[in-house]
Design a protein around this ligand. Structure first.
Ligand SMILES: [Fe+2]
Ligand SMILES: [Fe+2]
Length: 240
């Protein structure tokens, strides 16, 4: 049985999980919000299907008109299709993504300013922290990024480190590595690309990994999750 949460869950200073768990879908999504000063940044805004429930959940912790930034780790509909609905509700804001993702995000008909993180030094300054964007090309999208919050040491990883299972838990349990492997082996393109990109998080102090699907990986399991991903047979190898 999947766990149910109807309220946001605080993960660290100014950081909340605001996912949506009413559905029995195996492909459930997580979103996260960072509140900082008088502003907020919504990470991987979410699907159009879950917009009403997710926005109600977010309203429990922040006046949604304070959301000035949408951070989108890539362009897929499960994290971007709600963007036009958000714009209808609060007006155009700024969408932060890599250039190759923003080119496609534009096709949702958004009117927000599209900010290419690769053009602005891969960071977003908020009142009390500066978020760092980490390029992870082809994992699984050519413009893939992750977001690191140096204040809480949380790594927001998008589809990377995501997992799919009917028995969802907010925090990864002993079964999560299997759920992660079965999702990752289908979505990650090749072991070489995965290993080359993961060098960018070598030595990074990580308190938890917050993926867009599946469960949050706490500090004790971070090394295991990275090792699992590095050793994964994935993508093109499956079809040899
Ligand atoms: Fe995706
Ligand atoms: Fe996704």
């Amino acid at each position: 049985m999947a766990e149910k949460y109807e309220a946001p869950v605080e993960l660290g200073d100014g950081v909340h999980w605001v996912g949506y768990t009413e559905t029995d879908s195996v492909f459930r999504t997580n979103a996260y919000i960072i509140t900082s000063g008088d502003e907020a940044a919504l990470i991987d805004a979410g699907s159009a299907v879950y917009f009403d429930s997710m926005s109600k959940q977010i309203e429990q912790i922040v006046d949604v008109t304070k959301i000035n930034y949408f951070i989108q780790h890539h362009q897929d509909p499960d994290l971007c299709a709600s963007l036009p609905l958000w714009e209808k509700k609060i007006g155009p804001r700024k969408i932060y993504a890599q250039t190759k993702a923003n080119i496609l995000i534009w096709h949702y008909g958004v009117t927000s300013e599209l900010v290419n993180v690769d053009d602005i030094g891969w960071e977003l300054k908020l009142a009390d922290r500066t978020l760092k964007f980490i390029f992870m090309p082809y994992m699984h999208s050519p413009g893939e990024i992750m977001t690191y919050d140096p204040k809480t040491k949380i790594l927001f990883s998008g589809d990377i480190f995501g997992g799919l299972s009917m028995d969802w838990n907010l925090y990864a349990n002993e079964y999560y590595m299997d759920a992660m492997e079965s999702f990752m082996e289908n979505y990650m393109p090749s072991s070489e690309i995965v290993n080359e990109n993961l060098k960018r998080i070598d030595g990074l102090e990580i308190s938890m990994i917050c993926p867009q699907h599946g469960s949050i990986i706490l500090k004790n399991d971070v090394d295991k999750a990275v090792k699992t991903l590095k050793e994964l047979e994935c993508g093109s190898y499956l079809y040899e």
